[in-house]
Write a protein that binds this ligand. Structure first.
Ligand code: SF4
Length: 301
């Protein structure tokens, strides 16, 4: 049975369980087992039901959604799945997470480009910039592979918002390795990055690696990483000033009940004045204030 969490506007649908990747720092394959995909019929039935219940946005979930269907073995693919979900009439927006760079196919890039309901947002964890560290992490791509993939995505989907996950202080990470991580930030220019200090997970190969990085070194790198990413996030948000964006209204602000909150197709949080009858609707908002993590504006017709 799928796990679905709901807030009235957005629903999350698990499309597969487990993971086959065995990244050397991660416990998931040991605790959740190998990849098992739900059938497409089963997922579509659930999405249609959610659409009939009034949900407007579906996020398809899996540890590694890009390998969805490989275990079914009849040509079922994630690109094929999102093309089918795109046909469900009541659903306005489709998102998915998480993508592994090594499994992100051209077919999926084209499906995101072609399907009008699939939001232009891709969360694509790169974890580390150094090819040497990526090998130790067992990620199965190089720094250059990742940068080339990001370029290909941007060429095909010019409005794409890219976000990522980064681990700082993986065992053996030198200053030079860390500079490769900063270099990817500067080259790809993510809208947002979820950054983590490496911490040992008992039972994983990385936990037994020598050359664990001292905490103070990790923390120093973490601060430099945040400063770089915060600057880039703000610079990218600044480009929205004066623009009109489509926002799916999710609810009332937690801090001010006259303010509504929602997200753009690129997953940017937008706060604006409005009444609660707009919740669940798509509205156009003209942006007049830009912050590092959110945008503000007014509804326009
Ligand atoms: S980090 Fe993600 S892809 Fe790697 S083993 Fe863990 S769940 Fe799988």
């Amino acid at each position: 049975m799928a796990i679905v969490r709901k807030d009235g506007v957005k629903a999350w649908v698990t499309v597969m369980y487990g993971c086959n990747n065995f990244c050397s720092y991660c416990i998931v394959p040991y605790v959740r087992g190998r990849e098992r995909s739900r059938t497409m019929d089963n997922i579509l039935e659930e999405v249609r039901m959610l659409g009939c219940q009034g949900f407007k946005e579906i996020t398809l979930l899996g540890q590694n959604v890009n390998s969805y269907g490989k275990d079914i073995g009849d040509g079922t693919s994630f690109a094929g799945l999102i093309r089918e979900v795109n046909k469900v009439p009541e659903i306005e927006r489709i998102r998915f997470t998480t993508s592994h760079p090594k499994d992100l196919s051209d077919e999926l890039i084209y499906a995101i480009r072609d399907c009008e309901k699939v939001c232009e947002h891709l969360h694509l964890p790169f974890q580390a910039g150094s090819t040497r560290i990526l090998k130790m992490m067992n990620r199965k791509y190089t720094k250059e592979d990742y940068i080339n993939l990001a370029s290909k995505i941007k060429e095909n989907i010019p409005d794409i918002t890219l976000t990522t996950d980064i681990i700082v202080g993986f065992p053996g990470e030198t200053e030079e390795d860390f500079l490769d991580t900063l270099d990817i930030l500067e080259k790809v220019r993510f809208d947002n990055a979820f950054t983590f200090l490496y911490s040992k997970r008992t039972g994983t190969p990385a936990a037994k690696m020598e050359q664990q990085v001292p905490e103070e070194v990790k923390k120093d790198r973490f601060q430099r990483l945040l400063a770089t990413q915060n600057r880039i996030s703000k610079e990218l948000n600044d480009m929205f000033l004066g623009k009109v964006v489509e926002v799916l209204v999710e609810g009332v602000s937690k801090t001010n009940d006259e303010i509504l909150t929602g997200r753009t197709r690129g997953n940017k949080v937008v706060n604006f004045k409005g009444d609660s009858t707009l919740i669940g609707q798509l509205v156009n908002v003209k942006i007049d204030t830009v912050k590092t993590w959110s945008l503000e504006g007014n509804v326009v017709k």
